[in-house]
Design a protein around this ligand. Sequence first.
Ligand code: XMP
Length: 517
Amino acid sequence: MTDRLLIIDFGSQVTQLIARRVRESGVYCEIHPFNRVDAESIRKFAPKAIILSGGPASVTAAGAPLPPAAVYESGLPVFGICYGEQAMCAQLGGTVEGSDHREFGRAELEVTDDCVLFEGIWPRGTRQQVWMSHGDRVTSLPPGFRPVGVSVGAPFAAIADDKRRYYGVQFHPEVVHTPEGARLLQNFTRHVAGCSGDWTMAAFRAQAIARIRDQVGKGRVVCGLSGGVDSSVAAVLIHEAVGDQLTCIFVDHGLMRQNEAEQVVTMFRERFNIALVHRDASELFLRKLAGQTDPESKRKIIGGLFIDVFDEEATRLGGADFLAQGTLYPDVIESVAFDGGPSVTIKSHHNVGGLPERMNMKLVEPLRELFKDEVRALGRELGLPEEMVGRHPFPGPGLAIRIPGQEITQEKLEILRKADHIYLQEIRRAGLYGEIWQAFAVLLPVRTVGVMGDSRSYDYACALRAVTSTDGMTAESYPFSHEFLARTATRIINEVPGINRVTYDVTSKPPGTIEWE
Ligand code: XMP
């Protein structure tokens, strides 16, 4: 079995980044919330080491979340990061105090002693850039520990107990603002925990195929294809495992981008030779969307219809034992919430959420352990073309939420498709596609006056949107050159009848969202 590492989560915003850094070093790891870990779960998971994440709580407060004693009784190496360091110190006999001096952002670590964590990166006596975010700090060490680094706000910014293989840092090695942080984590996983670093996408592929065969046996599997990366990679992987026991169903809601539906059909049928049902349901969707202008109503109608049509097609196939889904790890990680406040639905994204409940099939979710960038790497490993693997995310309700505040009609969809196509063509031509998280055109519910040749025009305005992001939770507008924007606007106005004005959206998320609806 490949080496595994357990990350115990105390609710830090950046816990997922610890997992990503650890995996990038070739070590498989999982994030488990602190209140779900006990001696039994540690024994079952069988990690080679444990990392304690950061978190928003204070160990000085009553009822603070703490690692279970089983962590220390396991005899495994333990690495505490930020709150994790404080919790470890408080539990093992040190002291932690609140401080008036909050350290937040870039800070300097003075490396005061040699340490296995610093091997090959940080010699004793040097100063290194790290990223801090803490109020409390450790003020005395538990027996057995020695300090190996200090910062202005933290006398014990890095600590070590080599005998028990316990280490702690007050800073965050998992964020990019600690430039050598990934190597520091790798020193822990390789040199302290002794992990071999052999978890690669090639290894994952082989394991995943074995697991799918094991789960599915001789059963039949259906998989809903959307044209996106996740469902495509899941389908190709499952096909590799169980061949023609898999049938893909592509419910074409008619709200895809230009040529997209044909591309999906050609790729899966011809290139991968996967059995594919293509149901063109665009008329049905448009009919049911008639008169609808509210974003949430559009989502509900599209989500509900999608399930109906999918169910119909699956039944027509004679049913199946398994439903494949491209669920990813971030959807599976149980989150740790401390504030207890209600969460507000900004947009109901889980537009196909009702499918498994309704269909009485078992789920096959071969990507549940992977982050998005790992799914892309797996897609490459499986031979999916780069234009599919590197594709920007596309929302389930498709172009319906890019025609905001208006009724969706075939005519508007055609106008939007053309504008969007030109925009993406220009982005690709400029070599910017890979730098951008998502880029698209939005058809605005406003007509504006223009002059085209000698005559007056009165046509739609469209907005262009492009953002950078790491996970879609926050985003920045992409800083195109004015020349790029002007060139693209000119092309759209000249080539797309129905549009006579183009604007660029410079809103960040928050306060905006990525989509307009
Ligand atoms: P927002 O607009 O909330 O979008 O900033 C964040 C990410 O989610 C996508 N998105 C959706 N995806 N169904 C989906 O499957 C939806 O209803 C939906 N709404 C937004 C959006 O494209 C972006 O990637």
